[in-house]
Every structure is written in C-alpha cells, then in structure tokens.
Design a binder for this molecule. Sequence first.
Ligand code: B4P
Length: 182
Amino acid sequence: MKNRLLFLGPPGAGKGTQASLLCKTKGLLHLSTGDLLRAEVSAGTPLGKEAAAIMNSGELVSDEIVLSIVEKRLSDRSPGWLLDGFPRTVFQAQALEPLLQKLKQPIEVVVLIDLKDEVLIQRLLARGRADDNEEVIRHRLRVYREKTEPLVQHYDEKGLIKTVMGDGEIDDVASRIEKVIS
Ligand code: B4P
C-alpha cells in the first residue's frame, strides 16, 4: 500500500472523514490543515485570530500561515502521512515540493474525492460548522474551482491522480479509496 498520500476535493467531499478513518487503520500521520487551523482558533493564538475571520468568510487562509503550520509537522521520522486539505493552491503545492525533496519523501498518490455541488451543499449544511451556511458554502465552492481545482491538472501531469466518487455510504467510499491506494 502507498503510504504518502494527498487527499484533494471540494469542501464537503469527505476528505476529513475518510482521512481520519484511513489514518487510524493504517497508522499514518494525519495532517489536516483545516483541523490545525481550527485548533489555533480554539486556542485563541494570534495566528488563530487572524485565521478565524478568513475561514468564516469561506476564503483561504494565506499561503504563508498554512505553510508555517505544515513545515513544523512534516518530518522524516514519520513512516507515512496523509495530507488532508493541503496543498490548496498551486503556490502551496510548489512550496511543498522542496520540503518533500529534502525529506526524500515524494507523494505516492493523490486521491481526488469528487461529488456534485448539490450533495456537497446538503452535507455541509447538515454539518453546521461556523463556516457552513449556504452563502459561505457557495463562496467556498467558487474558491475551490478557482484556486484549488488547478491542482488536479498539476498532479495529473505527474501521473499521480486517482479519482474516487464521494457519494454513497462512508464505508463504500472508504472501499473505493482502498482500491486506488493499494
Ligand atoms: P477543511 O477543514 O479542509 O474542510 P472541508 O473542505 O470543508 O471539508 P471535508 O472535505 O474535509 O469534508 P468532511 O469530511 O468534513 O477546510 C475548512 C477551511 O479551512 C477552508 O475553507 C479554509 O478557509 C481553511 N483551510 C484549510 N486548509 C487550507 C489550506 N491548505 N490553505 C488555505 N486555507 C485552508 O465532510 C463534510 C460533512 O459530510 C461532514 O459532516 C461528514 O460527516 C459528512 N460526510 C462525509 N462523508 C459522507 C458520506 N459518505 N455520506 C454522508 N455524509 C458524509
């Protein structure tokens, strides 16, 4: 099985849900920039204060903040990792490359979890997090198409993309993912 993975997909596709399950069963380091940013917000750190308003508006937090969070956590001691929700811009992807080269740990597979907008919106409305109201969700989808979706081509050119549909039961999606990473 591949053990250096990246999960890509629109907000609400289930990246976090699937990443948590897989990391638990496979013992991978789960690096979720969304979770790490929310932890900074809860702890009331200066970084969290700066990030909170941006996240609640549906925009992306600055590349600089996100990279500082990730850099601290990637190390050559980990037997494997799963990047969940990072990189989210081509700039972040380009900044990640030299870090991974230094660690001699290239990405082995990029799993694109895809789902129709209507289903994404319904799921996020049901989740009800601070950044989950309809106006903000629609804005996040536009930001995804504009800033994150170009990463699909970026990683496809490297032959790394495997697409999995994110509809259906959580376990069904997990089985689809298992197939493409084994
Ligand atoms: P994230 O925390 O990454 O979250 P997300 O994209 O909204 O959701 P995800 O796809 O993980 O969906 P989930 O499993 O929770 O981002 C939040 C914000 O953080 C961003 O908008 C941005 O501001 C900031 N941010 C994060 N990373 C950044 C970066 N690299 N650069 C800049 N800014 C960054 O699933 C959604 C819901 O669906 C859940 O309620 C779940 O229970 C449900 N669900 C999942 N699978 C299901 C299934 N199969 N059936 C039914 N429901 C399901």
